[in-house]
Design a binder for this molecule. Structure first.
Ligand code: MN
Length: 192
């Protein structure tokens, strides 16, 4: 049984970038539903004893979709903090600069990839086994673990993530999210 983790902030803390109403629906209903569905689907299957990562890399169909959406949402909500924003420092900043040219260029490519993806999905900063960074977008429930890549940062591209606050303006939503990114958390993931 997977349990929905608490958010590392109050529902109203990320406003106005993400409103309390958005988090009420996105965390309270969307994320919770994926977890409830996953728990129902794995009853009596070998996946009952597995980790989320193992389910994502070993399943397909509804079990994959709900496991990946559970992972992706938990990972997404943990990207943010009340004290977020600014830019990373140390090893992560060095890696971003050497890969993308500058932090600003990285942000621009990340936003463009997120805006370009047709339909629902996710945009990710990932690292490979050699610690090389790249940006990728995945459709629907897609998750980089299935390509043997480790997620560092993700922005949700499903309309439910932004429609209450930004209507159809996905690009504006993506641009505003930088103001709440918790770079301490992202740096810890990069260092792992
Ligand atoms: Mn979502």
């Amino acid at each position: 049984m997977f349990k929905q983790p608490e958010l590392p902030y109050a529902l109203s803390d990320l406003s106005p970038v993400l409103s309390e109403e958005t988090l009420k629906f996105h965390y309270g209903i969307h994320e919770k539903t994926y977890i409830d569905n996953l728990n129902k689907l794995i009853v009596g299957t070998p996946f009952e004893q597995k980790t989320l990562e193992e389910i994502i890399t070993g399943s397909n169909g509804p079990i994959f979709n709900n496991a990946a959406q559970t992972y992706n949402h938990i990972f997404y909500f943990e990207c943010f903090s009340v004290q977020g924003g600014g830019m990373p420092d140390g090893a992560l900043l060095d890696a971003i600069k050497s890969t993308f040219g500058s932090f600003e260029k990285f942000q621009e490519i990340f936003e463009t990839e997120g805006t370009k993806l047709f339909g629902s999905g996710w945009v990710w900063l990932v690292k490979d086994e050699k610690e090389s960074l790249s940006i990728m977008a995945t459709g629907n429930a897609g998750n980089p673990l299935t390509n043997r890549l480790s997620p560092i940062l993700c922005f949700d591209l499903w309309e439910h993530a932004y429609y209450i606050d930004y209507r159809n303006r996905r690009a504006e939503y993506l641009h505003k999210l930088w103001d709440i990114v918790d770079w301490n958390k992202i740096s810890q993931r990069f260092a792992k």
